[in-house]
Design a protein around this ligand. Structure first.
Ligand code: KIV
Ligand code: NA
Length: 263
């Protein structure tokens, strides 16, 4: 089976909604692969998998390690890997070198980076040289220190023009899609109408051309659920129950039984 391609995702603008989730591991990615058009190896893995307080501390080798695992575990979806903080903002040259390393080492099909108009030159530079870029505007977690936390964008209508200009700039620079994160619904809907590339919403709008969620969030593995997450499974309680019963069995010498030993 051939993987979905970047042009196939781009051509879904205004068409069938694009399905996406994050994955960090081969085993969960293999399940997601049966349903998602693209899978994002998000730098949220720093917080979700490694207990960091933000994504700012995520190193590139961690993205490469998880990116490799997800590429190995999948065959159908386009795999997009996040460029972590500090690996692309400085200049188009630095961004190209690091994005090329991520693509070569992981075998992913595209990278994602945060930022609007300020990243347009870099996006153009990468795309011209063979690296497909997914953009990410609105709430950009790597800038949380500047923004003073994770704040929903566009609550003040005076900021809308700047957000619209950001999305237009990345589209015109050659991004094949743009994640709209954490912005008021009518702004996300308006941007979706205005830009020529698919918008992928998270905490955005049902009008977006696609949706993405962090897998662990929608599986109920996150002790705190943000408003924009719909919880489709309760894996946290399920894991807790399994671990608890195992601990009880071990203490009671009820495990292993005849079935689980070699004679
Ligand atoms: O890192 C991530 O998981 C992301 C998605 C939330 C879009 O960037
Ligand atoms: Na991210």
């Amino acid at each position: 089976v051939r993987r979905l391609t970047v042009p196939q995702i781009r051509n879904r603008k205004g068409g069938d909604p694009i399905v996406s989730l994050t994955s960090y591991h081969a085993h969960t990615a293999a399940i997601v692969d049966r349903y998602a058009d693209f899978i994002l190896v998000g730098d949220s893995l720093g917080m979700v998998m490694h207990g960091m307080e933000s994504t700012v501390g995520v190193p590139m080798d961690l993205m490469i390690m998880h990116g490799k695992a997800v590429v190995r575990g999948t065959k159908k979806a386009l795999i997009v890997v996040d460029m972590p903080f500090g690996t692309y903002e400085e200049s188009p040259n630095v961004a190209f070198r690091n994005a090329a390393t991520v693509m070569k080492e992981t075998g992913c099909g595209a990278v994602k980076l945060e930022g609007g108009a300020r990243m347009a030159e870099t996006i153009h530079f990468l795309v011209e040289r063979g690296i497909p870029v997914m953009a990410h505007t609105g709430l950009t977690p790597q800038s949380s220190h500047v923004m003073g936390g994770f704040k929903t964008q566009g609550r003040d209508e005076a900021t809308w023009d700047a957000h619209r200009a950001d999305a237009r700039a990345v589209a015109e620079a050659g991004a094949f899609a743009v994640v709209l994160e954490g912005m008021v619904e009518p702004l996300a809907a308006q941007i979706t109408k205005e830009v020529a590339i698919p918008t992928i919403g998270i905490g955005a709008s049902a009008d977006c051309d696609g949706q993405i969620l962090v897998l662990e969030d929608m599986l109920g593995l996150n002790p705190w659920t943000p408003k924009f997450v719909k919880v489709y499974g309760q894996l946290g309680p399920m894991i807790e129950d399994s671990v608890k019963r195992y601990a009880e069995d071990v203490k009671a010498r009820a495990f292993p039984t005849e079935d689980e030993v070699y004679r």
